[in-house]
Design a protein around this ligand. Structure first.
Ligand code: OFO
Length: 164
């Protein structure tokens, strides 16, 4: 059975993951409003992945005899200056999530909760990918700058993203 402390920390993480989903959906809406349909699609796929992350925590709590009490999800940002600004915000958010996953792992070690340590390893690895993807797009957008042709090309490229 999962400890109350670990359960509550995992429930908080469900909220973080659902907020991540909400944030990326808000970015998708912003990209749509600017006619960057490819980047909007990329963000929609990302939003869906974040919901899956939330469900992994949900399922884990339930499987270990815990109880999920959901809290309100805060309102995400609505406007960004340009595509680079949005992807920089996405990268910063992923760095924040990485810190949270590391803190959860530290807690699992402190609680001598081996099952949670193993469960969290998937997220430790996932965060390496999440940061790398966002960082790569930030670098491409920095390189492109204001160039319309480059923005058109990257929008097409990112629009090819499929759900994993
Ligand atoms: Fe973006 O990895 Fe979950 O939050």
């Amino acid at each position: 059975m999962i400890s109350k402390k670990m359960q509550d920390a995992f429930v908080d993480q469900i909220n973080e993951e659902l907020f991540s989903s909400y944030l990326y959906l808000s970015m998708a809406a912003w990209f749509e409003s600017k006619n960057f349909h490819g980047m909007a699609k990329w963000m929609q796929v990302q939003a869906e992945e974040e919901r899956e992350h939330a469900m992994k925590f949900f399922d884990q709590i339930v499987e270990r005899g815990g109880r999920v009490k959901l809290a309100a999800i805060k309102e995400p940002q609505f406007e960004w200056k340009n595509p680079l600004d949005a992807f920089q915000a996405a990268f910063a958010h992923e760095q924040h999530i990485t810190k949270r996953i590391n803190d959860l792992t530290d807690l699992a070690v402190k609680e001598k909760d081996h099952a949670s340590q193993i469960f969290l390893q998937w997220f430790v690895k996932e965060q390496v990918e999440e940061e790398a993807h966002a960082d790569e797009i930030v670098h491409k957008l920095e390189f492109i700058g204001e160039a319309g042709h480059g923005l058109y090309m990257i929008d097409r490229e990112l629009g090819a993203r499929e759900a994993d």
